[in-house]
Design a protein around this ligand. Structure first.
Ligand code: KIV
Length: 322
């Protein structure tokens, strides 16, 4: 799997000033890594080093990702679909998000942790948006929040950033607007839609967002946006011109059985692996191959003999009733 087995490496990277700098990157030893912050994001963009981001919803996945050296973990509201089995992300609540955010924060110590604000947690009022964003930091152990939308969310972004909480924007295919968009479909494919997306990106940057997810938009539009704003863009189905990449981990691992978007590269087929393991277990139990001797607790012969002597006595004193 690509995310595993990465070594402590040194790379020579161009800086924005045109000089060269040796950057020590990615370590399998989490304790050697420094905590990734929004400042790291900015520096990576300046240096032209790709930002890596994945979703996680639980402790073991977050731990494995953090050890592999991921820059950023998003507790995405995609958890509604890939973990909780909802049809889309709309039913996901703040309580569900916080429950999973806490698990992720216990597993990952170095990655920047971003909590995805669920549908209706920031759209009704700026006060709601600020209060719920705060809950991600106070109760969920997150470092930042993400919310969907462009100009119509500028006030919410400004207010949240104003309280000291970093905000990641999300433009293009915004799954919480699935019904308005007419399905999970690519965005920004016409000249006017592309122009609006570029404007929205600049508005979010002005509102104080530290980064921007661009989902399912034409690669050349994503590249143009990435060049025209100073904050890093994180692409998903948006080509290589973005400053970083994100995928839904269950897509990458082949754990989501319903569909795999065209832009996903599947690095493993865990659904098939799980299926195989479960079928083997069932067969082992049915044929009594499991548990084997090495999975069994033993006691000494002396204790066993004593146990038999004691229980024989018990039987003699209290004869078994039929
Ligand atoms: O919820 C999520 O996982 C996301 C990513 C697709 C960026 O928003």
């Amino acid at each position: 799997m690509h995310l595993q087995g990465r070594q402590h490496t040194k790379r020579t990277l161009p800086l924005s000033e045109g000089t060269l700098s040796t950057v020590t990157s990615i370590s399998t030893n989490a304790s050697q890594r420094k905590k990734v912050t929004t400042l790291t994001f900015r520096q990576k963009k300046e240096r032209g080093v790709a930002i890596t981001m994945l979703t996680a919803y639980d402790y073991p996945t977050a731990l494995a990702m953090d050890k592999a050296g991921i820059d950023c973990i998003l507790v995405g509201d995609s958890l509604g679909m890939v973990v909780l089995g909802y049809e889309n992300t709309l039913p996901v609540t703040m309580e569900e998000m916080l429950h999973h955010a806490r698990a992720v924060s216990r597993g990952a110590k170095n990655a920047l942790l971003v909590g995805d604000m669920p549908f209706m947690s920031y759209q009704v009022s700026t006060e709601d948006a600020v209060r719920n964003a705060g809950r991600f930091l106070q109760q969920g152990g997150m470092d930042a929040v993400k919310l969907e939308g462009g100009r119509e969310r500028a006030d919410a972004v400004r207010a949240i950033v104003g309280t000291g909480i970093p905000v990641m924007g999300h433009l293009g295919l915004t799954p919480q607007s699935v019904h308005q968009l007419g399905g999970f479909r690519a965005q920004g494919k016409t000249a006017s839609a592309a122009k609006r997306l570029l404007e929205d990106a600049k508005i979010l940057e002005d509102a104080g967002a530290f980064s921007l997810v661009l989902e399912s938009v034409p690669a050349r539009l994503a590249e143009t946006i990435s060049k025209q704003i100073s904050i890093p863009t994180i692409g998903i189905g948006a080509g290589t011109g973005c400053d970083g990449q994100v995928l839904v981990t269950h897509d990458l691992l082949g754990l989501f059985d319903r569909f795999t978007p065209k832009f996903v590269k599947q690095y493993a087929n865990f659904h098939e692996e799980m299926n195989k393991a479960f079928a083997e277990y069932i067969e082992d139990v049915e044929t009594k191959r499991f548990p084997a001797i090495e999975h069994t607790v033993e006691m000494t012969d002396d204790e066993w003999n004593e146990f038999q002597r004691l229980t024989l006595n018990v039987e003699r004193i209290l004869p078994r009733k039929n």
